[in-house]
Design a protein around this ligand. Sequence first.
Ligand code: NAD
Length: 358
Amino acid sequence: MFQNQLLRYARLCGRRLYSQYLTNDCRASIDTVSSPRILITGSLGQLGVEVARFFRNIYGRENVIMSDIIKPSREVCDEGPYIFADILDFKGLQEIVVTHRIDWLIHFSALLSAIGEQNVPLAIRVNIEGIHNVIELAKQYKLKLFIPSTIGAFGPESPRNPTPNVTIQRPKTIYGVSKVHAELLGEYYFHRYGLDFRCLRFPGVISSDPPGGGTTVFCIVSVFFQYRTGKFECYLRPDTRLPMMYIKDCLRALWEYMETPAEKLKRRVYNVTAMSFTPEELAAVISKHVPEIKVTYRPDSRQLIADAWPQVFDDSSAREDWSWQHQYDMDCLVTEMIKDILEHYIQNPGSIEQTFIS
Ligand code: NAD
């Protein structure tokens, strides 16, 4: 009972309530406490799998529906509902929203920065046409819609240290252009139709799940290889500073933001971040755990992308309006990553090496 009250209170007041504080009994009963029904698109990517697990802990297993166009692992299917949803198929999406009585749409389908540059026409379809579909869907069925944006929504003309919430945005990748498009269209639908559109600009999000082809993935790759082999060839210059966030902070930011009452929000698009560091600084922290590490640097095309991105992200608006606070700094991040790598990958090393070498 007390747990349910806490949950309701958190929803009503937008107060912090961490999922680990919920007992199993509470989790089991949440289904009946008017939990939102949540659809996650592109949910087999780096963020989707983690968000589904996190939200299922809070809102109940059956209330969070994962979807994607790729075949899920058995483990994913065992964890809760999973369905096929192509973001380019508007009718198919309508059917899903109606059949599953969806209230919130967490839209993760995308082609990320490095992959998007390799296939611009496809990136335009998935990242721009896909947004047209979900935004119209959210308007029709009065869904709360979350679309993540990114530091990649800024460009070389933007101030980079720090990068404020509202400033010049002239990105030079199709990924960045599509994210600015999503931000503006979402704000327009909010003003024009009252759509409950919410967007966080995430920095590089670091988790031990394989990343989907972005530019900030050097972190996980580097922690893994340095830990395993003592060597790593980094594709960015040693002094490339980028904003970053550990996955646990990212999940909590998303959850707290979604639960913040609309009247508290002074805007619909917020920067959020936790820390900024360079590959060189990261290597120094990893060397505390793996003293024999050796990093070499050979910048590739991702360097050009990173050179146009923010170095330090100003997320003071999120901190003021809905009390955003990060918990993980670089030391905690590396400690957590090494723990994760030991638990998940050292027993099964082929899986992660194949992912990164391909
Ligand atoms: P990811 O590349 O790992 O996953 C994207 C998913 O989209 C994939 O599973 C893919 O199968 C799916 N997809 C592709 N085409 C689709 C289609 N036609 N229909 C349905 N699904 C399709 O991406 P991610 O890292 O999980 O990122 C998720 C979202 O968060 C993206 O919008 C990304 O821009 C944003 N974001 C991520 C980061 C990060 O560091 N990972 C940082 C900032 C913002």
